[in-house]
Design a protein around this ligand. Structure first.
Ligand code: BEZ
Ligand code: FE2
Length: 403
């Protein structure tokens, strides 16, 4: 089949945007360019149309999708306490309809794949039928030394149940919740498995000032938090030691708002990525990741919504529009280009899918939509796309029309 549009945004290495471009594909992309050979089935998408790679939401927690107004925003520790208080209720309330709604919202906004952090494995029965591609990160969380064995056994069961679904549209990975919430013995065991099986990893890292203070000094709001919930008084690990553990793995560190230069340099050295979740960070009032610094360290980043536990929407166009408006230190024209990369090619690399750019041999995972009127300056196209797009007209996954 062949599609033709005013603009084909390839997201290839040279960020090529083809005017009056065409793309021939079946399950994979076959050819891309202008004046391509005739095909039996051809669609010209018309005035102001755009084709680009479908979006990829690198980091979500769909198991929290029943949250709307329950959790407390405005302060990280207050929020975390509210998560602990309401976690079970929210999980019980999120069943078939709730997962379907979450996936539908992503589908409408042109998302073809997402990274799911699963803490219980209960979401697997819903996600195995997902029309979108899933990178399923089995999460380990828990600091109590006496619970290590039980938590590890539970993790192994969840990992093996998810690995049974492994395929082109379903990838498995592991997630270490954070440096403050996982016993180092558990970290080591689980990272070892990821290394052996070559699984991608995600870990929350330096999300709040409270985390910074707790890990550096064993003081601050987290001290009270740990005394209240877990009765342990000391952090287990220094941030840099934590990062060291991920050497020779394929890891994405989520948030990194309070990561210092030494840590960013380590993240670069071990070839890890960062997932940036600006709306979540704003709602929990933890500040804003310094993207210019991330760029200066040449660290690749994706942008993700995080879960509905700390966002009002799973729409990635809304997320990158928020990012565009929040990062006032960066020029909108160049930031827009980077943000489109963040939700396509960079996120694909993090999750391990063969998509994220329109190039021969890549999966035909792409979206089409129309801009409201003509774009006079081609270099402003990424910015105009982010400003004017909320939903897509078509979503193709492996060349099949999904929306
Ligand atoms: C724990 O299970 O030990 C834990 C969970 C959340 C934050 C910190 C610790
Ligand atoms: Fe998260």
């Amino acid at each position: 089949m062949k599609l033709k549009a005013n603009y084909v945004v390839t997201m290839n290495k040279s960020y090529e945007i083809i005017e009056n471009g065409e793309i021939i594909f079946d399950k994979e992309i076959i050819e891309i360019g202008t004046n391509l050979p005739k095909c039996e089935k051809e669609i010209d998408l018309g005035e102001n149309s755009v084709i680009m790679p479908a979006l990829i939401n690198s980091h979500t927690h769909l198991e929290f999708s029943s949250n709307k107004t329950l959790l407390e925003y405005g302060d990280f520790i207050i929020w975390l306490n509210s998560v602990i208080k309401h976690r079970e209720t929210l999980f019980v309330e999120c069943k078939t309809e709730c997962f379907k709604k979450a996936i539908d919202e992503m589908k409408k906004s042109g998302i073809c794949a997402f990274g799911e952090i699963s803490s219980t494995g209960d979401d697997l029965k819903y996600l195995k039928h997902s029309p979108l591609k899933v990178a399923y990160f089995n999460e380990i969380i828990g600091t109590a030394p006496g619970a290590v064995d039980m938590l590890y056994q539970d993790f192994l069961v969840r990992l093996s149940e998810s690995q049974a679904l492994e395929g082109k549209n379903f990838k498995t990975g592991i997630s270490i919740h954070s440096p403050y919430s996982v016993h180092p013995v558990l970290m080591d065991k689980v990272i070892e498995i990821a290394k052996k099986k070559n699984l991608p990893i995600q870990a929350h890292f330096m999300e709040s000032k409270a985390e910074r203070r707790w890990l550096d000094e064993g003081e601050g709001e987290f001290k009270l938090f740990f005394e209240k919930h877990f009765k342990n008084a000391k952090p287990f690990i220094k941030p840099i030691e934590f990062l060291e553990k991920f050497k020779n793995t394929k890891t994405t560190f989520v948030h990194c708002v309070y990561a210092n230069d030494k840590e960013l340099s380590k993240i670069k050295e071990i070839k890890a990525d960062i997932a940036h979740c600006p709306v979540s960070n704003r709602l929990l009032n933890v500040g804003l990741l310094d993207l210019e610094r991330v760029k200066n360290f040449s660290i690749d980043y994706s942008v993700a919504t995080d879960g509905l536990s700390s966002n009002y929407s799973l729409n990635l166009f809304k997320e990158i529009r928020a990012a565009l408006l929040m990062h006032i230190e960066l020029h909108p024209k160049y930031l827009a280009k980077d943000l489109l990369k963040a939700v396509t090619i960079n996120a694909a690399k993090e999750l391990g899918f063969n998509n994220g750019s329109l190039e021969p041999g890549k999966d035909a995972d792409m979206v089409t939509f129309k801009l409201p009127s003509k774009v006079t300056q081609k270099e402003l196209l990424p910015l105009q796309i982010i400003l004017h797009t909320n939903e897509v007209d078509h979503l193709f996954i492996n060349g099949k029309l999904i929306k």
